[in-house]
Design a protein. Sequence first.
Length: 475
Amino acid sequence: MKILFVASEVYPLVKTGGLGDVAGALPPALMELGEDVRIMMPAYPQALDAARNKKTVLDLGDPFSTGPLSLISARMPSSEAELLLVDSPSLYRRDGGPYQQENGDEWLDNHIRFAALSHAAAALSAYGSVIGWTPELFHANDWQTGLLPAYLRFHHGNPAKCLYTIHNLNYTGRFPAEILPQVNLPWEAYSPDGLEFHDAVSYMKSGLYYADHITTVSRTYAQEIQTPFAGNGFEGLLLDRSSSLTGIVNGVDYQVWNPAHDPHIAAKYQPGRMGGKQACKTALQQELGLPEDPKAPLFGMVSRLTEQKGIDLILDTLPTLERLGGQLVILGTGEDYWEQLLLDRAAVSPNIAVKIAYQESLSHRIIAGCDMFMMPSRFEPCGLTQLYALKYGTPPVVHRTGGLADTVRGAGAGPDQTGFVFDDAVPELLAAALEEAVDAFNHRNKWDNIVTNGMQDDYSWENSAKTYQTLYRSL
Ligand code: ADP
């Protein structure tokens, strides 16, 4: 089946979070299953630099009066996966991130930048013959591609089905109503039965309303978003659409995330040959200037620093961590407020290391070198880092929500335990989970069992890709 997978970030070209990982790994897994998938994303400078065999294949005119829009066909840097880069120098060729300027503010023309991405995708239904490839199914992801099913309906008469995946419902792509003519959509769409959301246009709402089917990235999150707890105002619509809503857990690219052959870490290891893990811990303590103490339980976190990720809970439980003789390393970037609070705490504690940066390589060394991994997210659609931590023998400490609830087994699992799970996002319960984790850490046999269980859990993409394949075919 010819499937166009459309996303605003794709690892290893451009990545800010889990969406990039998924967009880099799911399409190749579908290709392994025999599907004919192409990945479409904006031609950001990093993508143009890294992609191979680039060739402009389709001129799409100037639909937004922002200059020419065209399609470049290319290959991924280190695989045969086919890419379609949406090129518009005025929209995408800039320094800064995919969504934000260098100072952290959103790009002011994001409504046009991502309308152009959806427009180009939908246009392939009409002009695919020019490049000899017309999609039979569109797979859109998150608000940046939320207009795609609206364009398919209003401009092309629903030529093919569109699946829309929610990676995080809290980014709603909300813009004032006046932008509607600028993005070439009719006022008819501006309705509660359409893309209107609280007196504004929401690209997320457009995806949720117009797509033929919706998926999200874990079963528990699929349930939670039909309630006020995680629905973010969309719960009514999602409840109405529950027969067209499926939770499919994300997988892990074990080519990239495997301690047996990870080039970023100090020493390799695997179940039954765990000596390297201790070497990774010592190397990490050295690298970050923490006391080199093999017995101190070392907790890690790699995350966007936002309210969602429960940074406040971590700050509130630092006294418990200190009492337990623990060490903590946090790698992240995000809101200034959290960055500063964390840096302040690190400045006064020799057992806390905070690195405000986005560093792929260091993220591997943290996940390998720590003893436990912290993920006290208030809500978590799927979460990938806890899956990486399981594979690296670094049992996660998680809040029982979304994908965390579906992938980490707490003490209730008895001999099958893989981590530590607490029920409510409050500091007291996180503190209790930290105590439980340190207690287990100090009982070697129990600890080894928890570590080995997690390393043996299999979250490779194959199973989830098969579920997507079945869903595509049912559509
Ligand atoms: P989310 O998509 O909500 O940010 P996920 O756990 O699904 O959370 O995915 C986050 C991805 O981004 C992981 O691959 C994680 O390792 C990576 N990541 C987040 N922050 C950083 C950082 N500061 N440096 C390196 N990688 C990071």
